[in-house]
Design a protein around this ligand. Structure first.
Ligand SMILES: C[S@@+](CC[C@H](N)C(=O)[O-])C[C@H]1O[C@@H](n2cnc3c(N)ncnc32)[C@H](O)[C@@H]1O
Length: 436
């Protein structure tokens, strides 16, 4: 994002005097540009303006005052300006997504707007004979999307919201939104929560999982509650497919406990929400606007585990792009990252990638690398040629994406559709239960 274009627009900059460096070039740039600059502590006194953009300078919006201010100003975009890297980062959970027709959902720290709108739409499709169950409420961004969506259709169905901790920001929303009073709110651990006891076996029409972001936590949440889903009931899991190695276990849990479970169908990914339905109901999403996306890291790892005995050897991944990172993330979930000792990249300016050394092709032999995984969809052939010229033989490296066996393996897997967020308006959602 070009910062100059924002500085001539209708923009306000929020800064924190305690933290900022007033002598920095970026501070001077803002001051000289004549945009309105508001101290964070004075936000509450400045809530009458209507700005298109808000830039948080050197700070992320995470206080009650920030959230309240954003909700009142309702800007098109919210950014935070990172003084260290000099970068202006759009905040993914911005309010604006090009279409304001949906009920205005309050600013949430945790979710992209398209994801909250998706939940809002799904919640509309939950009937009175079913419940909505949320695991991981935090400040209530998703809770409100679910409640407002469901309420738009009829009086709120039973909405049970669970979190192991209470976030005071939730109280802020509770004061503003009447609907929150109707939510059955629990502060409990999802690993021990007694759904049956609390809800008398009421079927779950929509199970929304955004709790503990580990493999074990996510797997336990799916396994413990999926049996309560109604026929055609929806399950949605947040933060699926993340490039962040710390939460890559969610993908593994989702595959094992949903995709590989024959009771589920209609798999798709919207934003970072994995969605599926229990068999036996009407299909919610029309897949004609979705593209097939199977070549995901999970399949790569499964493939390597099934077809290539590479994981007993000392491995390097060729490339330092996001595909290499994806492979590394999933390898970590299988406890295989200890075999991966380096990334290979002759042109990298950095020395390390995810705490592993980046080495040149010529160093692969001196480091006693035994196997190389080529982790690039587009450059596998040229990388393979380079390896061969450097003395590597075909049997000691794996071209993941282009291997015939991998393509066959992928073809035999279940369909997972992915949706492009820019095409939100084209996404047609069938009206399951909407007629009631
Ligand atoms: C990413 S936040 C949820 C964000 C929320 N859905 C939103 O949109 O704002 C994850 C939440 O899960 C909660 N959590 C973590 N482990 C949990 C557990 N075992 N049981 C219940 N909640 C848990 C955390 O306290 C945290 O508030």
């Amino acid at each position: 994002m070009e910062i100059k274009s924002l500085l001539i627009g209708n923009t306000v900059v929020v800064f924190d005097e305690e933290i900022m460096d007033k002598l920095s070039d970026s501070y001077n740039m803002f001051v000289k540009s004549n945009v309105l600059m508001i101290k964070r502590k004075d936000l509450m006194d400045n809530n009458c303006h209507s700005f298109e953009n808000i830039i948080f300078f050197g700070i992320t919006p995470n206080t009650l005052a920030d959230v309240e201010y954003i909700n009142q100003v309702c800007p098109k975009m919210v950014y935070w300006y990172d003084e260290v890297t000099n970068q202006l980062n759009p905040i993914i959970y911005s309010l604006y997504d090009g279409n304001l027709s949906v009920a205005k959902l309050p600013f949430s720290m945790m979710m992209q707007n398209i994801e909250r709108r998706f939940l809002f739409e799904l919640a509309k499709r939950v009937s009175h004979h079913e419940s909505i169950f949320e695991i991981g409420r935090n400040s209530g961004g998703s809770t409100l999307a679910l409640a407002l969506g469901n309420q738009e259709k009829h009086n709120l169905s039973v909405l049970v919201s669970l979190d192991i901790l209470h976030n005071p920001l939730y109280d802020y929303y509770a004061k503003k939104y009447e609907v929150i009073k109707k939510i059955k709110c629990f502060v409990q651990d999802s690993k021990t929560f007694d759904w049956k006891g609390e809800n008398k076996n009421l079927p779950i029409g929509l199970l929304w999982i955004d709790g503990e972001h580990t493999y074990n936590g996510c797997k336990s949440d799916i396994e413990r509650y999926k049996g309560f889903l109604s026929d055609g009931g929806m399950i949605a899991v947040h933060d699926y497919g993340s490039g962040n190695p710390e939460i890559a276990g969610i993908m593994k849990a989702v595959h094992e406990s949903i995709v590989e479970d024959d009771n589920f169908e209609n798999f798709c990914v919207i934003g970072s929400i994995f969605f599926a339905q229990k068999k036996g109901g009407k299909q919610i999403l029309d897949t004609k606007n979705l593209s097939l996306e199977k070549s995901i890291p999970y399949y790569i790892l499964e493939y390597l585990r099934h077809y290539t005995p590479v994981f007993n050897s000392k491995i390097a991944i060729y490339g330092t792009g996001f595909q290499s990172l994806d492979i590394f993330c999933m390898a970590k979930q299988y406890g295989l990252e200890k075999n991966i000792v380096a990334f290979v990249d002759d042109f990298s300016m950095q020395k390390t990638f995810y705490n592993l050394p980046i080495i040149s092709l010529s160093e692969t032999k001196s480091m006693n690398i035994e196997h190389i995984l080529i982790g690039s969809k587009d450059h596998e052939e040229s990388m393979a040629q380079k390896l061969k010229t450097s003395g590597w033989s075909e049997k000691d490296f794996t071209r993941i994406y282009t291997a015939e066996a991998f393509k066959n393996f992928i073809a035999s897997g279940k369909n997972i559709y992915r949706f492009e967020s820019s095409r939100w308006n084209e996404l047609f959602i069938f009206d399951r239960n909407l007629g009631e």
